[in-house]
Write a protein that binds this ligand. Structure first.
Ligand code: FAQ
Length: 335
C-alpha cells in the first residue's frame, strides 16, 4: 500500500519504469508499512523509504523557513509597540518563532539535510515558506491580528502534526504548539483591549486589519483537497493527519464566535451557518492570489527574502568568530 511509487518516475521511450526493489528492500518496505499501519512512530535511525524522507524534508523545511521568515512582519513593530508590556510580549513571541525554526531545522537535520543546505535553498528562492508572511503589517492592530488569526490557523494545522509518524518532528511540534497557544491568546487579548477600551479609531484599525488578514489566513491551509498533490501520500504515511479543507473549516467555525465576542465583522458576505452540515459556509477563496503569492509575486516576497539574505550576510562575522573560537577550544583540549 505504501509503495515507493513517487520514486519510480524514470522514463524510457515514454514508458514509465517501476523501480525494482531487491528482496531485502521489499522486506524493509513491508516492515515499514506494517509499522505505519499499526500507528508506530518512526525514529531517525530507523529504515524509511526514500520518498517518506523526502516528503518530510519538504514539509519540515517549508515549516522551518515559515517560522524564521514569520519573525519579520511582527519584528517590524517591536520598536513601535505602544507600551512596555506589549513590547515585552512581542519580543518574547518573535523570539519564540526563531526558536521554533531552530527546533525544526534540527528535526530536518535528523533526516540528513544540514541547516546550511536548507538556508541556501531559502536564500536562493528555491525553498517555500508560508504564503501568509508575504503580506505587510501596516498598523499595530496587524500584530494582534497575526496572533489571533495567523497563530490560530497555525495551531489548527499543527496540533495534528504532534501525532506525525516521524517522532523527531512530532516531538518538536508538541513544544511549538504550547508556545503557539500563548501567541494566539496574546494577540486576541491585545485586540480585545482595543475593541473594548479603545477609541473609535482603534476599533476601526482592528476591523481594517481583520479585513486584510482574513482571506490570506484561510489560504494558509493550502489548496483545496482535490487540488492538493501531496495530501494523499502524506496522509497515508501519517505525516499529515487531517486534510487541508477539514482544517480550514474547523478554523472558520472557531473564528466566527471569537469574532462575535471581539465585536469585529469577518469580511465575508457569504458566511452563513449551515444547519444541515453543522458548519459555517464561507465564500470562495481567491486561489489565483494564493498561487501568485506562492510563486513569488505577493506584496512583500522580495522584501522578505532580501531581509533574510541581508541578515545572513551581516551575521557572517559572528559565524566566523564562533568557528574560530570552537577551533581554538578544540586545539586547547587536544593539547
Ligand atoms: N504557503 O499538496 P499541498 C506559522 C504548497 S507556521 C506556501 O496541500 P502539503 C507559525 C505546498 O508546499 C506556518 N506554500 O501540500 C507562525 C505544496 O508545494 P510543494 C507554516 C503552500 O505539504 C505564526 C503545494 O502548495 N506551517 O504560521 C501553502 O500536503 C506567526 C501544494 O500543497 C507549516 O508549514 C502555503 N500556505 O500541505 C510564525 C505547517 N500551502 O511543497 C510566525 C506544516 C500549500 O509540493 C508568526 N506544513 N503550499 O512545492 C503543512 O501542514 C503542509 O505542508 C501544508 C501544505 C498544509 C502547509
Amino acid at each position: 500500500m505504501y509503495t515507493q511509487a513517487m520514486d519510480t518516475m524514470a522514463r524510457e521511450g515514454g514508458a514509465r519504469l517501476e523501480k525494482v526493489l531487491s528482496a531485502d528492500e521489499q522486506a524493509l518496505q513491508g516492515r515499514f508499512d506494517a509499522r505505519i499501519d499499526a500507528g508506530d512512530f518512526v525514529e531517525a535511525k530507523d529504515w524509511m523509504p526514500d520518498n517518506y524522507r523526502k516528503t518530510l524534508l519538504r514539509q519540515i523545511s517549508q515549516h522551518a523557513h515559515s517560522e524564521i521568515v514569520g519573525m519579520l512582519p511582527e519584528g517590524n513593530w517591536i520598536s513601535r509597540a505602544p507600551t512596555l508590556k506589549r513590547k515585552a510580549i512581542l519580543l518574547a513571541k518573535v523570539q519564540d518563532e526563531g526558536g521554533h525554526g531552530l527546533y525544526l531545522y534540527a528535526a530536518a537535520e535528523t533526516l540528513g539535510t544540514s541547516r546550511d543546505q536548507m538556508l541556501d535553498a531559502l536564500h536562493s528562492g528555491k525553498a517555500k515558506y508560508s504564503s501568509i508572511f508575504n503580506y505587510p503589517t501596516l498598523s499595530w492592530a496587524d500584530v494582534g491580528t497575526i496572533g489571533w488569526l495567523v497563530d490560530g490557523a497555525a495551531i489548527m494545522n499543527q496540533v495534528p502534526i504532534c501525532r506525525c509518524s516521524y517522532a523527531p518532528y512530532a516531538r518538536a511540534m508538541i513544544r511549538i504548539c504550547r508556545e503557539e497557544s500563548f501567541h494566539q491568546r496574546q494577540g486576541y487579548d491585545s485586540l480585545l483591549v482595543m475593541m473594548r477600551d479603545g477609541t473609535d479609531a482603534q476599533r476601526a484599525m482592528v476591523q481594517d486589519a481583520v479585513n486584510r488578514w482574513w482571506w490570506p489566513c484561510l489560504m494558509m491551509f493550502g489548496p483545496p483537497d482535490d487540488q492538493s498533490p501531496n495530501s494523499a501520500q502524506g496522509m497515508r504515511w501519517g505525516i499529515k493527519r487531517v486534510s487541508n479543507d477539514t482544517l480550514r473549516q474547523k478554523f472558520v467555525d472557531a473564528c466566527v464566535q471569537q469574532a462575535q465576542v471581539l465585536g469585529v465583522t469577518l469580511p465575508d458576505p457569504d458566511l452563513k451557518w449551515n444547519e444541515a452540515r453543522q458548519h459555517w459556509d464561507f465564500g470562495a477563496i481567491d486561489w489565483d492570489e494564493f498561487w501568485r503569492v506562492v510563486g513569488g509575486e505577493g506584496p512583500c516576497n522580495r522584501e522578505r527574502l532580501a531581509a533574510r539574505v541581508k541578515a545572513w550576510d551581516d551575521g557572517a562575522w559572528v559565524r566566523e568568530a564562533a568557528l574560530a573560537h570552537a577551533n581554538k577550544q578544540a586545539m586547547k583540549e587536544a593539547a
